[in-house]
Design a protein around this ligand. Structure first.
Ligand code: ADP
Ligand code: ZN
Ligand code: ZN
Length: 722
């Protein structure tokens, strides 16, 4: 017997397998989807059995051992991996590794132990009752009574000698059960009764005959409640449910709502789990102890075998696309998995991606709308402030309207959220004498001043240096900071509103495990009056006392060199506005901008998604962007600027010579950040209609350049960021 094994070496070729003989002792245990240890050059490598073949005439090496009792990838997941590898033009082994928790890698697995708890249990109820009728030992009787009431109990709750006595008397026995690092068991809270609008939407979702349904419901309309009802119905039918959220750490409130109802039927998956915790959750699913998974992107690979529904909340979120290889999009994966199991995919959002909305308008997806807020709450009133006028009045950071409104809300004992999409203290430092701007020595990007530790930091490579006020170029003492970050906003707001309690949420204040939750809980308990944050605070949070949301500078995203800049601005403003006035008190949103006439800001002010969509589609069509064309981004990186540019031109020419006249190519041009970590980057963008032709072309480029040591090529199909 011979097996083809996919080994853990990342070749540029997507799927490179090697054949091995199977020693007769292992033949019975061979199955596709199991992992094996094989000799490779002088090393031992792990790999997946992909194919079983007849004996070979060649003299093959033998596999060393089989690592799994049961295949860890079943037929569905093996096939899924192949499709993802094809569509993202990435290595199959790296796809399989992405699909599995890290603990399944042999070298890590040894560090992740399975912990056991010891319980006690009655041997039989009858003998226990008989024992109680004649026993006078008070403490022994107590244990037996506890067990009659509870079934099983942790052994270490009781004294060893008492337990031993009862064991010797033949009343109780020990039982070992796996100890999971996460305890999801809670008391079950009943689901809310849906209101009429929600019921109507729920029925539409169930009755529309489409594989994918877009639930376009405004913020606070009660989408999460609908998800919970859908999941309840799914598991009642004995099927499994997957629910994806953009980032678990940002959505502790949603997780709480799910845990409170579904209790330990839920497994939670996210990047913050330790390898051990992740391994536990994964096995709870495999053992069918959990039939719901809630998680971020990678939870889409949960090893369920009877999926009934997949829900993707905030479907427009860029976190569903993995930004490193394999660059898969969890929505595409969801659609494939759902198709295999004949299940539905529900995409939920107040501000769907233009692509998803276009698909629903064209009838590829079903479309269900939810246009009223639950609890009779109204959408907030949005005011746009032209900062050009404010600057003339001497208000650099905060407009008069914003400050006046914060004052009013604080006087009413309500809460305020302020958003600025830039962390740190200032945006950059520049010399007042010679105009020199402080940049990272490794990257073509300005350094950000962080006041708290007196450092200038590069947000790309992590480079950090202590600040001075002396210009490194002209040596004069004239360095000044410009622009603002969240740290500065926090400082200024605390100065202006001396009596208020201010907290901040951004990468710098949330690097510790559990710190998101702490800040969110504290703010939720009204331990703070004002929450300042980056886009982290924009999504999914539900604070009933927040009545004012201020966007300090709406232009941070608008000015990005990305064709989705308007879409992202619209989404951010609507999402953050959605945090205001979620309960009975009416909400107010104040948006500060230097572009008060920009259409994405104006449509967001009027909560007019359809208006924004129509306008944006005209632009997309004219510029040949998605959803009219697909995009592929080829990033070429190299240490030497000129060499990299010349190699990029060669690749560009190769593409030009191999495309038809309905495919368009831009570049190579210098990437928007031209240098990161001392590597220069060039971009080539292809706009195309025919997926298959482009896939072949891109594969060929990988193969042609496999041995080109001067450059590194990275391909991103349907990139989320340009
Ligand atoms: P969305 O997910 O659309 O933003 P949520 O499901 O979070 O909306 O609902 C907004 C608020 O209204 C939440 O506080 C939620 O608990 C409440 N809510 C939604 N639907 C109901 C309902 N049917 N009964 C009671 N409260 C509800
Ligand atoms: Zn200078
Ligand atoms: Zn850098």
């Amino acid at each position: 017997m011979v097996v083809s094994v996919l080994v853990e070496i990342k070749f540029k070729q997507k799927e490179k397998t090697f054949d091995y003989n199977v020693p007769s002792t292992l033949k019975d245990k061979i199955a596709i989807g199991k992992r094996v240890l094989v000799p490779f050059s002088n090393r031992k490598l792990e790999g997946f059995i992909i194919k079983i073949k007849d004996d070979s005439i060649y003299n093959l090496k033998e596999i060393i051992s089989i690592l799994d009792e049961e295949p860890i990838l079943n037929e569905e997941l093996l096939l899924l991996g192949k499709q993802i590898s094809d569509e993202t033009v990435s290595n199959l082994m790296s796809v399989y590794q992405t699909m599995l928790p890290k603990a399944y890698k042999a070298n890590i697995k040894s560090n992740v132990s399975i912990k056991m708890d010891t319980y006690i249990q009655l041997i039989s109820n009858d003998s226990a009752l008989e024992f109680l009728s004649r026993s006078k030992a008070k403490k022994q009787n107590e244990i037996v009574n506890d067990l009659l009431n509870n079934g099983i109990l942790l052994k270490n709750k009781y004294s060893n000698s008492l337990v031993k006595t009862l064991q010797e008397k033949g009343i109780i026995k020990e039982l070992k059960k796996e100890h999971y690092r996460i305890d999801n068991s809670t008391n079950v809270k009943k689901l809310n009764t849906l209101n009429d609008y929600q019921l109507k939407a729920l029925n539409e979702i169930k009755n529309i005959d489409k594989d994918v349904i877009l639930l376009n419901g405004i913020t606070g309309s009660g989408k999460t409640e609908i998800y919970m009802h859908l999941i309840e119905e799914t598991i009642n039918k004995g099927k499994d449910a997957i629910m994806l959220v953009p980032e678990i750490s940002l959505t502790p409130q949603i997780i709480e709502r799910f845990k409170n109802h579904f209790s330990n039927k839920i497994a939670i998956f996210h990047s913050g789990l330790s390898d051990g915790e992740r391994y536990d959750e994964y096995r709870r699913i495999k053992k069918k102890e959990a039939n719901i998974v809630v998680g971020a992107r990678s939870a889409i690979f949960a090893p369920f075998t009877n999926i009934g529904i997949i829900i993707i909340d905030e479907e427009h979120s860029s976190t569903y696309k993995q930004d490193h290889n394999p660059k898969y999009n969890a929505i595409d994966v969801a659609i494939k998995r759902a198709k295999y199991y004949n299940a539905k995919v529900i995409l939920g959002s107040a501000t769907p991606s233009i692509e998803s909305y276009a698909r629903s308008k064209k009838g590829y997806y079903g479309l269900v709308k939810l246009e009223k807020r639950a609890n009779n709450a109204r959408l907030p009133h949005v005011q746009i402030i032209d900062m050009k006028n404010e600057i003339k009045r001497g208000n650099k950071l905060f407009s008069k309207e914003l400050l006046d409104n914060i004052r009013i809300r604080l006087d009413n004992h309500e809460q305020v959220m302020l958003l600025l999409n830039k962390r740190g203290y200032s945006s950059y430092l520049t010399c007042n004498n010679c105009g020199h701007v402080l940049k990272c020595p490794n990257c073509d990007i300005t350094l950000t001043f962080h006041k708290i530790n007196q450092m200038n930091r590069c947000h790309y490579c992590g480079y950090a240096e202590y600040i001075t006020d002396i210009c490194p170029k002209c040596k004069s003492k004239a360095l000044r900071s410009f622009g603002v970050g969240t740290e500065k906003v926090e400082e200024e707001i605390s100065k202006i509103f001396k009596d208020s309690r201010v907290c901040r949420m951004d990468i710098d204040t949330t690097s510790k495990k559990g710190s998101h939750k702490k800040i969110i809980n504290a703010f939720s308990n009204h331990e703070y009056d004002i929450l300042i944050g980056t886009q982290m605070i924009a999504k999914g949070l539900d604070f009933p006392l927040v009545t004012l949301v201020g966007v300090i500078n709406a232009d941070t995203i608008l000015n990005l060199p990305d064709f989705r800049a308007s879409e992202k601005t619209y989404q951010l403003i609507s999402q953050v506005s959605g945090r205001a006035g979620r309960k009975s008190i009416n909400g107010e949103v104040i948006i500060q901008t230097f572009n008060p006439d920009n259409y994405s800001i104006l449509y967001a002010k009027n909560h007019d998604y359809d208006g924004f969509y129509n306008k944006e589609m005209i632009i997309r069509k004219k510029l040949k962007y998605p959803p009219y064309y697909f995009l592929a981004l080829i990033k070429i990186g190299g240490k030497d600027f000129n060499t990299t540019f010349n190699e990029s031109k060669k690749i560009g020419n190769y593409i030009r010579n191999n495309i038809d006249n309905n495919t368009f190519i831009l570049g190579p041009s210098v990437s928007s950040i031209s240098k990161i970590n001392n590597i220069y980057y060039f971009d080539i963008i292809i706009k195309y209609k025919d997926k298959l032709i482009i896939r072949t072309l891109l594969n060929n480029i990988y193969l042609l350049e496999e041995n080109n040591k001067k450059i590194n090529i990275d391909i991103d199909i349907n990139p989320i960021n340009l």
